[in-house]
Ligand binder design. Structure first.
Ligand code: DMJ
Length: 496
């Protein structure tokens, strides 16, 4: 810990000296923005309609992101080191399950590498190997621990070649496996059907719990468990995670090919037939496509093609010339809600990498309009009235992720401009004296007291990659849903 603090202090001084002219960028007030999103209330009145400083170079912007990442990382190191989460206003910490799983550290490892903070990367790996234990009597959420911890460990292993990380990943994978195992009542009646995993598992005892789940939590395990199989040669992880994805696919509505948002994992029956692309379903679609890319398994591509066609047919919605994706009943396809928010904004990126660039670009314009309407995007709003339904902003990354993929796929610099403009808004509204924090309301900009680990794992990473991604082998990597790059062939093996 003391070594880390010392290193942080030294690098802080270096960064402050090198980038003192551009720390935080110079805000141009409320009228700055990227591409011209037009004006007027109906379609395109982005609040940030002004021109961006075109002379600001990629190198300067990259430096600004580095400085801000460092500001947040140092806050974590100084006030929450060894714990899961930094509370950046009260300068306190919290652990998800009472005992730390080093969530922010594990989630940040590959960001440290991609940004070139090599000494932090390697010393954090040493700390993790020495201090992270999964032998804890706690019931963890399989989805969250898979995408943050298992994904973070596997990615850092692929970047460093450090076997200690793979051993931790194997240990965690084995402790999570009971979630996939069918269990029985004392009378011998099966209480879990068709490979739908339990939502919670006890890391020490393997006891499972949770009677209900959703497609995202069932279907966002494939990249991590599949990679574990590839790296260990043991197919059981791949097969269990694939069976879970197929179990959801097999329960799609035959009338529409849509899936619902809540399913009873004992009996495999939907209890919420509302279909959408937001939280609870989102990354199911993402993993169908990415599993195809990472593993070359045609079944995933076939499932993705069927699902995304249904999504585009029933959920896409044009209002006042703008594209959104709302909710519909999975059986009838009838529109049920016109809500959309920050989590939905992963979709432009997914559409872009899977080949539907026109639709991706159109949705990105809508998301950027939503962001600029309030100066920061809300958790949820009604796109038919452009009114807030959940006014908070949780430091979410999805819109930056989509800007990055659109930049890579199209080469159009407007996506870098969008990213930079939104990054400046983050600095203006979410920065605290020691780190970054969520907003309770995008309307009032009142700050909350929580810096989720995905801010360093994803939001800051995508901001950085927009201006510098030389350490990422983009064509060989697939990002898990927590922005951990997983590789078809590990970079360190290629270099050996
Ligand atoms: C992250 O944990 C992941 O991106 C997940 O897929 C969705 N929620 C957060 C970020 O918003």
């Amino acid at each position: 810990m003391r070594n880390n603090l010392f290193a942080v202090a030294i690098v802080g001084l270096m960064l402050a000296t090198i980038f003192s002219g551009c720390v935080g960028g110079e805000r141009k007030g409320d009228d700055n923005g990227g591409t011209d999103n037009g004006g007027g209330d109906g379609a395109n009145d982005g609040g940030n309609g002004g021109a961006i400083d075109v002379n600001t170079t990629d190198a300067q912007r990259r430096s600004e992101v580095l400085v801000e990442f460092y500001h947040a990382w140092a806050g974590y190191v100084n006030y929450a080191w060894g714990h899961d989460i930094l509370k950046p206003v009260s300068k306190n910490w919290s652990d998800w399950y009472g005992e730390p799983l080093l969530m922010t550290i594990v989630d940040s490892l590959d960001t440290l590498y991609l940004m070139g903070f090599d000494s932090f990367f390697f010393s954090a790996i040493e700390y993790v190997k020495k201090n992270l234990s999964f032998d804890k009597d706690i019931d963890v959420q399989v989805f969250e621990i898979t995408i943050r911890e298992l994904g973070g460990l596997l990615s850092a292993y692929q970047l460093s070649g450090d076997e200690g990380l793979l051993n931790l990943a194997k240990d965690l994978g084995n402790r999570l496996m009971p979630a996939f195992t069918q269990s029985y009542t004392p009378a011998g009646i099966p209480v879990q059907v068709g490979g739908i995993p339990y939502r919670y598992v006890n890391l020490k005892t393997g006891a499972t719990s949770g009677t209900t789940t959703n497609p995202a939590e069932v279907g966002t395990l494939m990249l991590e468990f599949g990679t574990l199989s590839k790296l260990t040669g043991d197919e059981k992880y791949y097969n269990a995670a694939k069976a879970a994805m197929v179990a959801i696919y097999d329960r799609r509505a035959p009338t529409t090919n849509l899936i619902g948002s809540g399913i009873d994992n004992y009996i495999g029956v939907w209890f919420s037939p509302t279909s959408h692309v937001g939280g609870g379903i989102d990354s199911y679609y993402e993993y169908l496509w990415k599993a195809w890319v990472l593993f070359g398994d045609q079944d995933f591509k076939d499932m993705y093609d069927t699902c995304i066609a249904a999504v585009n047919q029933y959920l896409a919605d044009e209002v006042n010339g703008m594209l959104w994706y709302g909710s519909a009943d999975m059986v009838t396809g009838q529109r049920s809600e016109t809500t959309f928010g920050s989590l939905h904004m992963f979709l432009p990126g997914l559409l872009a990498i899977s080949g539907n660039v026109p639709q991706a670009e159109k949705l990105m314009e809508s998301g950027y309009y939503m962001w600029n309407k309030w100066g920061i995007e809300p958790e949820m709003m009604d796109y038919s009235t452009m009114t807030l339904t959940s006014p908070n902003y949780e430091l979410r990354p999805e819109i930056f992720e989509s800007a990055y993929h659109l930049w890579k796929v199209t080469g159009d610099p407007k996506y870098k401009e969008m990213g930079y403009s939104m990054f400046q808004d983050l600095v203006q509204y979410c920065r605290t004296d020691i780190a970054y924090t969520k907003l309770n309301s995008v309307e009032t900009k009142e700050q909350g007291d929580y810096m989720d680990s995905f801010f360093l794992a994803e939001t800051m990473k995508y901001c950085f990659l927009l201006f510098e991604d030389s350490r990422l082998d983009y064509s060989n990597a697939v990002f898990n849903t927590e922005a951990h790059p997983l590789y078809k062939v590990s970079p360190f093996t290629k270099n050996q």
